[in-house]
Design a protein around this ligand. Structure first.
Ligand code: HDD
Length: 715
């Protein structure tokens, strides 16, 4: 498989260097970036301000004067700072970067961004949660949005996908119903950022087509450990058009170079309070530290003649193409390596639209996609106050663009010339159309023969609602299955109406798995049927019963790069050991942080000190990947006497994290009641004794074999 020759930032092209100005998008953005270093404070109209602390009054204690244009401008601007948040995907964060194709991409699509492995395309990618408002928590159980704007030389291409390959509904006309059901309930605006409530479960239990995607959201994929560990999917079937104008169907995938892994539900919930910005913060600080996020853009390509060779309809967005049936081919790499300068100007004002495509890419007739093609432009009119949002710097293409669209609110472009119509002779006939051509041509829609009656109906080929839910369930590891059972049990426990709980357990879940239905039923005292109950057409048929890539275990990280490791220490710690640990972790690309009872420097045994990076309750175990208790008898005693010290280990144990105890540090294991006969509890006197086992264990992300015992831990 052709791969990009660049492997590390230092070897790479200028785009690998976030401060490089060789990126066309940054060249354009630079014109708008404004730095106030050493500058005067002025009004928006350029007048220097002498006093920014006092409004203009009639005497020192008098009323404020209407005349104070400085005060009025400042307050007036402030009063109007907010714009409507996105109706869905309101909470998000984004980063700049670039995309570079591998050699094989050009054979599928004539799009300029796929032609030259040496040519990179600037990108801006926004990750989001769907349900919560702009200020909601990062680690809620939800689908994550994964939207990328490619600023190609032929215009912007937006790949507006999710971290799950399927969607809840088959037809866009149901989107408002779905969103009304999942959003906080209308009478009291509860709950925030969650699907665990009556209206959601009422809707999805009446809409069997939602079952497959709901099952994904009940899996650990619904709370990724970090955006870098998420897969991304274009969801719909799109088309790629090659230089000979041949069209092929395609599903887009983002495969994370770092692997896939997630949080654990209890950990995710605790993070709501401990660090509501967890995912956002980690992406931000990793990029600041030079740890770029990377994905491979992959495609599953289906020749047109093979469109009907599947057990499902390619146009049905509740279905994925199992990787065993059509290989997932990497065609390029995306690197996110630069944080935005201003959240509002860039992340909030970026406007994605699946309708933004370029020559070489086209739509399919997926009825969900077709509806989206209307919705996104429409929503920007409200959110960004009119049709000129394409002029906002983050939304501008890097190529020039001219047309005869004119005026409306906040128009920036000063169009010269008299003719704002086409054809014209007054302005020489410009701007002129570009005939379509194999490359750099005008956009031409793929010619598809369509012959049918106008009809409001659902195709019979969309009737199967359960076969791929079964495929997903069968493909999960035992631990993942337990987590899914626990998720349904928890979510339904928040549903007040018993008949909705019964409907889920008795009418929906048995069609996925009787084992799942009965296990969730036991948690609710509701008897589940012993066989599927849906009509045969809905139960569907899949020639494939399992697909390994559907499990998160399939692409575990396999290394410890970018992992955050807590080194627990108190006065009396073995400082030399702490230093060695940090060095070795850093060699593996991980970060060791000294976590201590306070922020005061930690006194070492030999009179030397080590700085504390965070306090025990400031960077709790839920915010790190593994815990190492450093040696030193006094340090271990102090930590053992501290409730926070013991809790740190108990919580880490409960969340299946690797725990290392060095020399006297093992006292803390006893004090916290941590079982020592556990493959993820590693003990030794010296760093060298434990390090290889530690790296191996953390490379698997968690100590999966501990799952059952961990439930007994009270933390
Ligand atoms: Fe959507 C935002 C992804 C179906 C209507 N959607 C939005 C975003 C993502 C998705 C990632 C946030 C973009 C950003 O970061 O600004 N949406 C999806 C996926 C879907 C999907 C993967 C199904 C496969 N969406 C969908 C339908 C409709 C919408 C069927 C309407 C008919 N989506 C919207 C929207 C949003 C949006 C209301 C809100 C803010 C925005 O567009 O710009 O128009």
């Amino acid at each position: 498989m052709p791969r990009n020759p660049y492997t590390t930032p230092n070897e790479g092209p200028p785009e690998d260097n976030p401060s490089s100005d060789k990126n066309k998008k940054h060249e354009k953005l630079d014109r708008y970036r404004s730095n106030a270093d050493g500058k005067d404070l002025r009004t928006n109209h350029g007048v220097r301000i002498a006093d920014n602390h006092n409004s203009l009054k009639t005497g020192e204690r008098g009323a404020t004067l209407m005349e104070d244009f400085i005060f009025r401008e400042k307050i007036n601007h402030f009063d109007n700072e907010r714009i409507p948040e996105r109706i869905v995907h309101a909470r998000g964060s984004a980063a700049h970067g670039y995309f570079r194709p591998y050699e094989n991409a050009a054979r599928y699509s004539k799009a300029a961004l796929f032609q030259d492995p040496k040519q990179s395309t600037p990108v801006f990618t926004r990750f989001s949660t769907v349900q919560g408002s702009r200020g909601s928590n990062d680690t809620v159980r939800d689908v994550r949005g994964f939207a990328t704007k490619f600023y190609t030389s032929e215009g912007n291409w937006d790949l507006v996908g999710n971290n799950m390959p399927v969607f809840f509904i088959q037809d866009a006309i149901k989107f408002p119903d779905f969103v009304h059901a999942v959003k906080p309930e209308p009478h009291n605006e509860i709950p925030q950022g969650q699907s665990a409530h009556d209206t959601f479960w009422d809707f999805v239990s009446l809409m069997p087509e939602a079952t497959h995607t709901v099952l994904w959201t009940m899996s650990d994929r619904a709370f990724p450990r970090h955006f870098r560990y998420m897969e991304g999917f274009g969801v719909h079937t799109f088309r790629l058009i090659d230089r000979l104008e041949a069209s092929r169907f395609v599903k887009f995938h983002w495969k994370p170079v770092a692997g896939t892994c997630s949080l654990i539900w209890d950990e995710a919930q605790k993070l709501w309070g401990r660090d509501p910005d967890f995912n956002r913060r980690e992406m931000w600080s990793d990029i600041e530290n030079g740890d770029a996020l990377e994905w491979e853009l992959c495609v599953q390509v289906v020749e047109e003649k093979d469109e009907h060779n599947f057990d499902f309809d390619l146009l049905d967005p509740t279905k994925l193409i199992p990787e065993e049936q059509v290989p997932v081919e990497p065609i390029g790499r995306m690197v996110l390596n630069r944080n935005p300068d201003n959240f509002f100007a860039e992340t909030e004002q970026v406007a994605f639209n699946p309708g933004h495509i370029v020559p070489g890419i086209d739509f399919s007739n997926d009825p969900l996609l077709q509806g989206r093609l209307f919705s996104y432009l429409d929503t920007q009119m409200l959110r960004l106050h009119g049709p000129n949002f394409h002029e906002i710097p983050i939304n501008q293409p890097v190529c020039p663009f001219h047309n005869n669209q004119r005026d409306s609110a906040h128009r920036q472009t000063i169009n010269t010339g008299q003719a704002s119509y086409e054809p014209n002779s007054i302005d020489g006939g410009y701007p002129a159309q570009t005939p379509s051509a194999p490359a750099q041509g005008g956009f031409e829609t793929v010619q598809e023969r369509v012959d049918g009656s106008k009809i409001r109906a659902r195709s019979a080929s969309f009737a199967d609602h359960y076969s791929q839910a079964r495929l997903f369930w069968n493909s999960q590891s035992d631990v993942e299955k337990e987590h899914i059972i626990a998720a349904y049990t928890f979510e339904l426990s928040k549903v007040a109406r018993p008949y909705i709980r019964e409907r889920v357990i008795q009418r929906i879940l048995p069609n996925i798995s009787v084992e799942l239905a009965q296990a969730v039923g036991r948690g609710h005292g509701i008897e589940a049927p012993s066989e599927p109950v849906a009509p045969a057409a809905e139960l569907g048929y899949s020639s494939q019963v399992e697909s390994a890539p559907l499990s998160l275990m399939h692409r575990l990280p396999g290394n410890i790069r970018t992992r955050k490791v807590a080194i627990l220490a108190a006065d009396g710690v073995d400082v030399a050991q702490v230093t060695e640990l940090r060095r070795k972790l850093s060699e593996e690309g991980a970060t060791g942080m000294v976590i201590a009872p306070s922020m005061a420097p930690v006194a070492g045994t030999g009179g030397d000190n080590v700085d504390s990076d965070a306090m025990l309750n400031g960077l709790p175990s839920v915010a790190v990947d593994a815990v190492i208790v450093a040696g030193g008898a006094d340090s271990a005693r102090r930590l053992s006497e501290s409730g926070l010290g013991r809790y740190y280990l108990q919580e880490a144990y409960k969340h299946l994290k690797v725990i290392v105890a060095l020399a006297d540090g093992q006292q803390l294991l006893d004090a916290a009641g941590i079982p020592k006969d556990d493959e993820g509890v590693i003990m030794g006197d010296q760093v060298d004794d434990v390090f290889p086992a530690f790296v191996k264990a953390l490379s698997n992300h968690r100590v999966w074999s501990r799952n059952n015992r961990a439930n007994a831990m009270p933390a």
